[in-house]
Design a protein around this ligand. Structure first.
Ligand code: GDP
Ligand code: IMO
Ligand code: MG
Length: 430
């Protein structure tokens, strides 16, 4: 019996979707607690690929309840489209499988417009956001002028709140960002219709989860983005606008930290990043191209090519510490199959000084040069291995080195995108 938080231990896209899909077997509830449809979580079952942006990655399992906690920012159009897509494929036959907390903040058209126009205006200082309106929605949440799901489903409250906020948004859009103002009437019509449909999924996620806990059921918390994109602990300002680290699960789902048993961080066997921001181990050569091609490193949300590089132990240790990781999952080992030598960054050099801890000062970080250790590659296909015994000695060595450097045990190994391309080393739910 365990309540487990799954988080990305790098800059996102570590394979959280796949791992949550696998672990759903052992859980009764799967809950998203932060972020929005900036996330793109890919599940591959047999020949069928499903990419989820908002709905928790447990949804392919009938009878497992999927919940969207208050800490998420929700774009109703995308959410409803995702529901329709899943139903078309034969999933989500029972609507009670999906619950959205009334306190989620709604991504409004002005949030998307501001996100995109602000990025455009920033030129080479841009963050490289997904353009989904995530940052502006969280700004309004903290600024106490957000519109929540409970507001949206009540037409008179929604109209009143929109009337209060829209003039300021239009002023900013027109006068500062040079955009067209948005029509209040059009927004009311479109969003009131969304509210009507969303009523079906409305619930009190915190209360439902507490009832589950009392009944001895398990909860799987599904993080989005990655620890290095956390608004406090990431490479600020090149971060997303939510608390992506495990601690965010408590306020984001309304479950106190006393109920959490395990915190699992997902890391690839190398590193990637989408958007701008420091990435000390980034490769700009043929090796980087090769990892991108073999690993199919293109964004599941925006389709942008992901930047690629070697595994960075300093960044990984930062994730181990800021999340309090109790275990690691290592994904995409297979992508390194035919490499003769694999490099791992175990220190940075900065102005002649060796650093062993990830620097918090952005000005220092951007000048850091990686110091590598080399590990021998296994140069054979490991994609169909289902037990540790089937892995070549060099692959086992790589895994053990990562555990040693990160000071955290690996409990699951992923050797391909499919659900069955997975080796379990230890069952954390047992
Ligand atoms: P998430 O955002 O953390 O859920 O990750 P994404 O779905 O954005 O990106 C991970 C990508 O890698 C997806 O295309 C997965 O299907 C794929 N993937 C996951 N695990 C593995 C693995 O072990 N090997 C390979 N080759 N692909 C994997
Ligand atoms: P998953 O859950 C990778 C990045 C963006 C940008 C920064 C801020 O699939 O791992 P935002 O739109 O959030 O304001 O953009 O964060 N980013 C992600 N990178 N995976 C994600 O999600 C991401 N979500 C946001 O590229 O650099
Ligand atoms: Mg992703």
């Amino acid at each position: 019996m365990a309540n487990v938080i799954i988080v990305g231990a790098q800059w996102g896209d570590e394979g959280k979707g796949k791992v949550v899909d696998i672990y759903t077997e052992f859980a009764d509830n799967v809950v998203r607690f932060q972020g929005g449809n900036n996330a793109g979580h890919t599940l591959v079952v047999g020949n069928e690929t499903t990419v989820l942006h908002l709905i928790p990655s447990g949804i392919l399992h009938e009878g497992k309840r999927c919940l969207i906690g208050n800490g998420v920012v929700l774009d109703p159009k995308i959410f409803l489209k995702e529901i329709d897509g899943l139903k078309k494929k034969g999933y989500l036959k029972d609507d009670s499988q999906l619950v959205v907390d009334g306190n989620v903040h709604i991504i409004m058209p002005y949030h998307r417009a501001i996100d995109i126009a602000r990025e455009h205006k920033s030129g080479d200082k841009k963050i490289g956001t997904t353009g989904r309106g995530i940052g502006p929605t969280y700004e309004d949440k903290v600024g106490r002028r957000g519109i929540r799901l409970v507001d949206l489903i009540n037409p008179s409250v929604f109209a009143r709140k929109l009337k209060e906020v829209l003039p300021e948004k239009n002023f900013f859009l027109e006068k500062y960002l040079g955009q067209e103002p948005l029509s209040e009437q059009e927004i009311i019509e479109e969003y009131t219709a969304y509210g009507e449909r969303l009523k079906l999924y409305l619930g009190n996620v915190s209360s439902l989860l507490h009832t589950s806990i009392k009944q001895g059921q398990n909860i799987l918390f599904e993080g989005a983005q990655g620890s290095l994109l956390d608004v406090d602990h990431g490479t600020y300002p090149y971060v997303t606008s939510s608390s992506t680290v495990a601690g965010g699960a408590s306020p984001g789902a309304g479950v106190g930290p006393t109920h959490i048993d395990e915190v699992v961080g997902i890391t690839k066997a190398y590193a990637t990043r989408v958007g701008e921001g420091p990435f000390p181990t980034e490769l700009f050569d043929e090796m980087g191209e090769k990892i991108r091609a073999v690993g199919r490193e293109f964004g599941a949300t925006t389709g942008r090519p992901r930047r690629t590089g070697w595994l960075d132990i300093l960044a990984l240790k930062e994730a181990v510490r800021t999340n309090g990781l109790t275990a690691l999952v290592l994904t995409k080992m297979d992508v390194l199959n035919d490499l003769e030598i694999i490099k791992v960054c175990t220190a940075y050099s900065h102005k002649g000084e060796m650093l062993e801890e990830f620097p918090r000062d952005f000005e220092v970080l951007k000048e850091c040069k990686p110091v590598y250790e080399e590990v021998e590659g296994w140069q054979q296909d490991i994609n169909s291995a289902t037990t540790l015994e089937e892995l070549p000695a060099q692959a086992l060595k790589y895994l053990e080195m990562i555990e040693k450097w990160a000071e955290c045990p690996v409990v699951l190994l992923s050797v391909g995108p499919r659900r069955d391309q997975t080796i379990q080393l230890k069952n954390i739910f047992a």
